[in-house]
Design a protein around this ligand. Sequence first.
Ligand SMILES: [Zn+2]
Length: 169
Amino acid sequence: MPRPQGPPKLKRTGLRNPPRLLIRSSDIHAAGCYTLDPIAKNSIIAEYDGPRIPKKVADERYGGRPVTYLFGFGDKGEVIDGFSTAMFLNHSCDANCETEEREERIFIRALRDIAQDEELVYDYHLYDSDLSEEAPCYCGAAACRGTMYSEAELLRRAKLLKRERARSH
Ligand SMILES: [Zn+2]
């Protein structure tokens, strides 16, 4: 499938007084997203925006790439192909933000008061993974679970592995 020409057209997020955000190098991974303004608990910070594409298309387009900016949402098997500041938020097991789905749009919300210059992070809770792929976490939090997979995904993977091992014996 040919890639669309030029930047995709995005609808305006329409957030009231969003904080000013800065993308710069991060200790967690490559680049990260930092806030230049203090953020109050529960405020909506940004929208995870970008074109919506079927997961199958995303797998074909990005399969095998170590870094992607895909966000699964809704129940139609679609993902957002990240094309906004929010795609630079890193994962952390000790997150200061969470994502919230509203009418098939994804927003980043503050879990607590966040100070100026803090890196914004949320828990990716990755799911639907390939058994051959690992998603190690280097967030450095005291409670780091060592992986970006969700608890449910870890259980699913453990079951699949068991089944695979049983089959090969
Ligand atoms: Zn971690």
